[in-house]
Design a protein around this ligand. Structure first.
Ligand code: GTP
Ligand code: ZN
Length: 212
């Protein structure tokens, strides 16, 4: 059976896989064993004997967002409410994996919206962040997907998402800049159109993050 994940599916984040992956767990474990051999290790020594299994399990967990959909995680938690005030959930921890190196992206998201007749369960905002984080990502796409999801679900007056993250591929290897972190934002509706609304959001999230 083939797994049809198109680039558009991944970009839009509406993907819900219906088929089993075309590669078995055993084949994945064999690939990890090959990696260990390539690293000059002995995959049969005591400490490594179960490592292929563990690595496959861990990677599947870290990418489990591919198998979730907005409908599943929402569980109907969208409510009619007449409020025009900004709702902000800040400091949502994010653990994602960069698609270039499959190394961790550690950070936080701040998510705000201004309702237009509907509000969403607060925890669902964090769950949406988690679903997109548990995929192979670039930070820009992760940020945009969170904003697009809320926009699509609530049709609010506006959505603002800021993600601040440190990329282990820039910290532990490559350019090796442990203190660096990256800010990305996605502004929709009034947050894009009205500098005062955007400024209010930015002043509410101002703080000094520390990821290590
Ligand atoms: N825009 C963007 N770039 C990312 C993200 N995560 C990793 N990268 C970058 O992806 C790029 C991949 O560049 P390559 O030159 O193909 O890979 P590389 O040789 O491993 O690059 P170095 O990290 O510079 O050693 C690097 O510049 C990474 O910093 C992300 O979330 N967004
Ligand atoms: Zn990377």
């Amino acid at each position: 059976m083939t797994l049809s994940i198109s680039r558009d599916d991944i970009r839009s984040g509406t993907l819900k896989t219906k088929a089993e992956p075309p590669v078995s767990d055993q084949e994945m474990e064999q690939a990890v064993r090959t990696l260990l051999l390539g690293l000059g290790e002995d995959p049969d020594r005591e400490g490594l004997i179960d490592t292929p299994k563990r690595v496959v399990k861990a990677l599947k967990f870290l990418t489990s967002g591919y198998h979730q959909s907005l409908g599943d995680l929402l569980n109907g938690a969208v409510f009619h409410e007449n409020t025009n005030e900004m709702v902000l959930v800040r400091d949502i921890d994010l653990f994602s994996s960069c698609e270039h190196h499959i190394l961790p992206i550690l950070g936080r998201a701040h998510v705000a919206y201004i309702p237009n007749g509907k509000v969403i369960g607060l925890s669902k905002i964090a769950r949406i962040c988690e679903m997109y984080a548990r995929r192979l990502q670039v930070q820009e796409r992760l940020t945009a997907q969170i904003a697009d999801a809320l926009e699509g679900l609530l049709k609010p007056q506006g959505v603002a998402v800021v993600v601040e993250a440190s990329h282990m591929c820039m910290v532990m290897r490559g350019v090796q800049k442990p203190g660096s972190w990256t800010t990305t934002s996605a502004m929709r509706g009034v947050f894009a159109a009205d500098p005062k609304t955007r400024q209010e959001f930015m002043s509410l999230i101002r703080h000094s993050p520390s990821f290590h």
